[in-house]
Design a protein around this ligand. Structure first.
Ligand SMILES: Nc1ncnc2c1ncn2[C@@H]1O[C@H](COP(=O)(O)OP(=O)(O)OP(=O)(O)O)[C@@H](O)[C@H]1O
Ligand SMILES: [Mg+2]
Length: 579
């Protein structure tokens, strides 16, 4: 309820449409309500007195009412759609904008499956509720109240029937609306599960095939899909059961109306036309109540959706801009970690512990260590993809938290461990690193990343289109483009997270040489599991279980680091004896 109120601001720009829609609906309702009374006049005065002129006159009035009603109905449809669709579009825009600003921690806590359900299903549910409110919320109660009032004035003898039927109908509607709200909230949760599974399966379809795990995945999907089916079935069945129950109550009312009517006609206190009009109004009343109940259920259904949307829009982003920013025009690239501790889940185990080191501007820092030792996590803290729990990270002596995010991230070229490219041309992907890069810069960056050779072999070269997930490139080609995208920035700080793992030794040598020549001023972090990639680094950091086991140059580490000696030994196939 509260959440729905918070979304009301999105309807404000379209308030005119939101007001016009129910007004047009009022026209339709009034016309609908006039019809049975006109018909009653036709029967009791025109037909009973065999006055043809009277019948034709009232027939024409009925037709006119029908046409005006149609215009009212159409107007309501047009304006309600304009209001609700624009309302939903604006919410979708803001949710997308907000999720774009989410920190990695925020994304981790939501999960992409849930975010997809929110941007698609939840927003559509709320949009549907608004359409229903504008169209039917006026129509239903108006039809209902109108018919009750007209029956009071024109068929008071039959009014007691309504006194029994109405409370029974309202009690059913209340019960079903409350229950359906709860059931649809469970449906949404099941929908999250289906979306998450679907997204995971589609992203990993190649792995699934390679491992021939289709039947396993099918069984897994079936489980979540069945859960959704069952919950949806229960909820929909409940909603649909209401209709026959209401019909049954109204039919009882019709029988009672006929029975009481016939008695009164025989007594001579009631005309036949009045019974007919009463039965008509009973039907209109039921329609009014049923449509109101549908709106109520749609609204109840939209509450959990609205809550999830508002929760997304109001989620606190934990990586925020500095309160007193310290803009550094030209970052030189000196990076210092001071007693940094970090865990992914608050109060969870530390993934990084007491990390302290200093990399001078222009230095190359190699990071090596076993899998899961915290290498990727360490470099993710530099562009503030995550913030440390304690300790600080300084660039050129300024805490990264005090540097405006744009300023900070624009100074860093980041090559993530998993090369992620976007659908579009190679050039578009490279310009992701620097939008206004010149052709010369494109050439140089691709050369440095040893990517130009394969690009030049393509018919359409830089205009070559990549499919979603760059599935039409090899692993090494993806890595090369991912590197070129970072190089093109000529950043003060370059981070290469295991980015040469799929590149042959010869090309890797060329990349390293080009890096030394073209990026001599940049501070370069190279994470690698291969000694050859970091052997020449000015400083090598050896990670073990989230801690720095040792740091120094290659020769120094051979003397003082047990872990490093072991890595060298396994890679060269020789025991290394030092110190
Ligand atoms: N988003 C995340 N949420 C929770 N835990 C995470 C997350 N990312 C990594 N971890 C955990 O943090 C630890 C360090 O991970 P990290 O990716 O830094 O290791 P790594 O040294 O880069 O390993 P590798 O050599 O395999 O790339 C691991 O135990 C991992 O399970
Ligand atoms: Mg890693």
């Amino acid at each position: 309820m509260k959440a729905m109120k918070k979304l009301v601001k999105y309807i404000k720009p379209y308030l005119l449409f939101a007001i016009l829609a129910p007004l047009f609906m009022c026209i339709e309702v009034v016309m609908d309500l006039l019809q049975p009374t006109i018909m009653q006049q036709m029967i009791d005065t025109g037909i009973a007195n065999q006055d043809n002129e009277y019948v034709i006159k009232f027939g024409l009035i009925m037709l006119l009412c029908a046409i005006i009603g149609l215009i009212g109905g159409m107007g309501c449809i047009v304006f309600s759609a304009k209001a609700a669709v624009n309302f939903a579009t604006d919410i979708r825009r803001d949710v997308f904008k907000k999720t774009g600003r989410f920190s990695n921690q925020n994304i981790d806590s939501f999960g992409t499956g849930k975010l997809i359900t929110i941007t698609t299903n939840d927003i559509t549910t709320v949009q549907q509720a608004v359409i229903m409110i504008l169209r039917i919320f006026v129509r239903g109660p108006l039809l209902f109240i109108g018919s009750v009032v007209i029956v009071w004035f024109t068929a008071r003898e039959l009014f007691p029937i309504l006194l029994v039927a109405i409370p029974v109908l309202i009690a059913f509607i209340y019960f079903f609306s409350v229950k359906s709200g709860k059931l649809f909230s469970r449906v949404q949760k099941a929908m999250d599960k289906v979306n998450t599974k679907l997204q995971e399966t589609l992203a990993g379809i190649r792995v699934i095939k390679a491992f021939d795990r289709q039947s396993y995945e099918k069984a897994h999907f079936k489980k979540v899909n069945n859960l959704l089916t069952n919950r949806l079935m229960t909820a929909e069945q409940l909603v649909l059961t209401l209709m026959p129950i209401m019909m049954f109550v109204v039919n009882l009312g019709i029988i009672a109306g006929l029975w009481l009517g016939v008695i009164k006609v025989n007594e001579g206190t009631l005309q036949v036309g009045v019974i007919l009009a009463f039965l008509n109004y009973l039907n209109i009343m039921m329609n009014g109540l049923i449509s109101s109940s549908h709106v109520l259920m749609q609204i109840a259904r939209s509450f959990p959706s609205a809550e999830r949307i508002v929760h997304t829009l109001e989620t606190k982003i934990d990586i925020t801009e500095p309160v007193q920013p310290c803009t550094v025009d030209d970052l030189k690239g000196e990076v210092e970690f001071r007693k940094v501790n970090f865990s992914y889940s608050k109060n969870g185990i530390n993934v990084l512990q007491n990390i302290s080191f200093k990399a001078r501007a222009g230095q190359t820092v190699g990071i090596i260590g076993s899998t899961g030792s915290g290498k990727s996590t360490l470099v993710k803290l530099i562009p503030r993809l995550y913030d440390p729990d304690s300790g600080e990270i300084l660039i050129d002596g300024v805490n990264v938290k005090d540097i405006p995010l744009e300023n900070l991230r624009n100074s860093i070229g980041f090559v993530p461990q998993k090369a992620t490219l976007f659908s579009g041309t190679i050039e578009e992907n490279l310009r992701y690193g620097k939008e206004l890069a010149s052709e010369g810069e494109l050439d140089q960056a691709t050369k440095t990343a040893a990517a130009s050779e394969f690009i030049m072999r393509l018919d359409d070269k830089f205009s070559h289109s990549l499919l979603q997930g760059a599935t039409n490139l090899s692993g090494g080609q993806k890595q090369r483009l991912s590197m070129a995208r970072a190089f093109i920035r000529k950043p003060s700080i370059l981070v290469l997270d295991d980015s040469t793992s799929a590149i042959d030794a010869l090309s890797e040598g060329l990349v390293q040489q080009a890096l030394r020549e073209d990026y001599a001023d940049s501070t370069v972090f190279i994470i690698s599991s291969k000694i050859s990639s970091i052997i020449d680094a000015d400083q090598i950091i050896v990670m073990k279980d989230g801690e720095i086991e040792a740091s120094g140059k290659h020769d120094e580490l051979l003397r003082k680091s047990e872990v490093y000696r072991k890595i060298v030994a396994t890679q060269t196939g020789r025991e290394v004896e030092f110190g």
